[in-house]
Design a protein around this ligand. Structure first.
Ligand SMILES: [Zn+2]
Length: 241
């Protein structure tokens, strides 16, 4: 079994990919049709996501991003500039290292025992040497990513970071929430976080008609569980505001 990445099936066409050696690693989502894929976020990039996807017989890649934090964009160097479907506000944010929010890249978040089986690099070294080659991406001009019969609306909400966005697919009632919603600790104090915007973002999300949330971290959620987390996070935000 390839422990560099773990693949979990969600539906016939949708998969979640995790980096098991990184406790704080983001969820990568793979939408797959035949040889084609659309992925949301790219993980830390320590190992080649592209190679892993190629082993799944994927030949055509499209890459979308929820925001420019290191744990979501680390794998972008693996992809070609014309493989990105990224709006301008994220494309711009990628070029400023401050937006990567590296203060949260900590060696304690790595499973060193598992890492030892995969690489000679130590967690400390990985954290200290994190860097990216940013592909020369041309941002997309629309606010919709159309891929086969999916149409993802890109909604830039800010809050967690200025460039945080969600992807909403109204026909299949899918929400890809990035770090704006998941079952875990809320991060509203990163570089370019904005608590007022975060409150507004959660209120907007709560009004969307979705069945499933593909979250930036931890387990995916149904609508009912998502509303519970929204209420919990709204309470936290209103207390700290
Ligand atoms: Zn983040």
């Amino acid at each position: 079994m390839n422990k560099k990445f773990i693949l979990k099936k969600i539906t016939k066409n949708i998969f979640q990919i995790n980096e098991p050696w990184n406790f704080e690693g983001c969820n990568i989502y793979l939408f797959k049709k035949n040889n084609n894929c659309l992925i949301f976020d790219t993980g830390l990039g320590l190992f080649s996501l592209r190679k892993f996807l190629k082993k799944l017989a994927i030949k055509n890649f499209l890459v979308a991003l929820t925001h420019s934090h290191f744990d979501h964009i680390g794998g972008i160097s693996d992809f070609k500039k014309n493989e990105f479907v990224v709006p301008k506000f994220i494309q711009k944010a990628l070029h400023n290292r401050k937006n990567w929010c590296l203060k949260y890249l900590k060696k304690e978040n790595f499973n060193q025992a598992l890492l030892n089986k995969l690489t000679d690099k130590k967690a400390k070294q990985i954290c200290n040497s994190f860097s990216l080659i940013i592909p020369n991406i041309t941002p997309i001009k629309t606010n919709i990513i159309s891929w086969f019969d999916y149409n993802f609306k890109i909604i830039n909400l800010g809050g967690h970071s200025k460039d945080s966005c969600i992807y909403y697919e109204p026909k299949y009632k899918i929400l890809i929430s990035g770090d704006l919603l998941y079952n875990g600790k809320i991060y509203a104090d990163c570089h370019s976080s904005n608590k007022k915007q975060f409150l507004r973002a959660l209120n907007i999300i709560s009004k969307l008609d979705f069945k499933i949330v593909l979250t930036g971290h931890n387990e995916i959620m149904n609508h009912r569980d998502a509303l519970k987390i929204i209420n919990k996070w709204l309470l936290i935000l209103s207390k700290t505001n």
